[in-house]
Design a protein around this ligand. Sequence first.
Ligand code: ADP
Ligand code: TZD
Ligand code: MG
Length: 581
Amino acid sequence: MTISESAEKMADGAQEPQELTDGFHLIIDALKLNGIENIYHVPGIPVTDLGRMMQAEGMRVVSFRHESNAGNAAAIAGYLTRKPGVCLTVSAPGFLNGLVSLAHATTNCWPMILISGSSEREIVDLQQGDYEEMDQLAIAKPLCKAAYRILHAEDIGLGVARAIRSAVSGRPGGVYLDVPASLLGQVMDAAEGAKSLIKVVEPAPAQLPGPAAIDRALDVLKGAKKPLIILGKGASYAQADDVVRNFVETSGIPYIAMSMAKGLLPDDHPQYAGAARSLVLKESDCVMLVGARLNWLLSHGKGKQWGEPHSKKFIHIDIDPKEMDSNQPIAAPLVGDIESTLTALLEKMGSDWKKPSDEWTGAIRTKVESNVAKMAPKLQNNNVPMDFHGALGRLKRVFADNPDAILVNEGANTLDFARSIIDMHKPRKRLDVGTWGVMGIGMGTAIAAAVETGNPVVAVEGDSAFGFCGMEVETICRYKLPICVVIFNNSGIYRGTDTDPTGRDPGTTVFVPESKYEMMMEAFGGEGVIARSPDDLERAVREAIENRKPTLVNAIIDPQAGTESGRIGNLNPQSVVSKKK
Ligand code: ADP
Ligand code: TZD
Ligand code: MG
């Protein structure tokens, strides 16, 4: 029924005046009914009023300057909360800007819903040239886990419920929800509307491997002389922190943590073998993957790094059966959720589980200690200009004293060095570029981290990485968020030293030297600081965490300090021809 039809009906006096609801309010009610309170948004036709009404109805609506940042915020909100993070955009260009983050969420197995307004279906489908015309549903479909369009107000409850369940059940991922402009204005009886909403019951049901799979895995573990556990961000996403810790400690098996799983158990845990990574990957004879894929980040489980030729046995816990045998044969697949699976393993392990030999754990401890000792003096340097070690050595101390602060991290050298130098002490405190290594996640991630947790956030950003999302410092100031952005300013991508061989232009990877990024924060009322020494840097970041004011620290790093592509330079293709020259 349209608004004028319902008004006519009321004027006729054929019925008592009806209480009405509309598409706008049904969407809001459906989201709120399912516990979704935060929206990451860029306004415009046809969703401007939807954003306003969401705010008026008590939702927290954070308006961004660019949809890619709003989308990255929603993606990480999903990771942090196990509820879909919601990004709300306009049609065609706004939708496309949000799409990279939807694909990023899907790739990382994080629940997210991208809600985009869309234009008149009849005109779009006949390609008659509507305002922001685009067949968004068709474009989104291959890039996310599921995509739906809602055409009728009475289907909004169902559409939102399907989106939520698709995003969080099984392997989580991104969902696209297409909301045509005409849907928002559709009206229906308020009581009928309320009845049409669905509160999703158990959106992410437990999944248990059968008893035979548990026995098989324990047999493989018992046969291992040099076992290793690898914790991935699926394990930190699962929020089964106590069970994970109990399993690791009961088994006595050394473990390493993938980037975002750092801190799931504190990085100073005696079983943590992070500083002996090369040794454990090479020498282990049995590897148990817990919410981590054997993708490029683990060299697909093969090659020199893994001590190939090897006959390692793999045990793999993952909620997605298709992940098994994707790169290496899995001797003991455990298809299930991490909490249920580890609980089932623990029950059968009992209290007299035989821990790995002192020979294995002792060799790892020795290696960890010698590597840590080797690194220590580098981390204490007070060089000016700063290098990565001197700067990060100080930030390591700051995080040790502020274990609840959230570290957001992107860049190449800035990412790789920070990952190995800064210890994390609590779960889900390290948020970074994820599986794709996307530059520009920083500001959206920092904003969502502050909004979802209320904790102070320190975003350690390569100067290039920051450039992809830097305008959101205005958003940080506008919402007065406790975020300290630290730019590792080496005046370029990897290094600030490239030149154009023809002498005409700047080299392709360099920026204006020593750009004054701190002025960007000052422009919007935040604190801007230049740090030239490790002392300056440490002081400024401690102060920002303490006073929770939006702050940008421009940390000047030696332009020569970095290496090409950080630690993954080996992935660059080589030109034989230009080498010859
Ligand atoms: P990392 O990059 O840290 O190695 P990945 O993103 O590669 O981690 O792997 C995460 C894995 O965790 C995915 O394969 C995903 O299916 C899985 N996963 C996500 N949530 C759960 C869960 N609750 N239980 C089990 N596996 C999960
Ligand atoms: N575009 C996107 C969206 N993601 C990317 N990963 C890249 C481009 C390519 N890229 C990297 O992989 S790292 C990087 C780019 C542009 C920037 C590295 O420079 P930085 O860090 O200043 O951020 P360091 O500390 O100077 O190495
Ligand atoms: Mg740089």
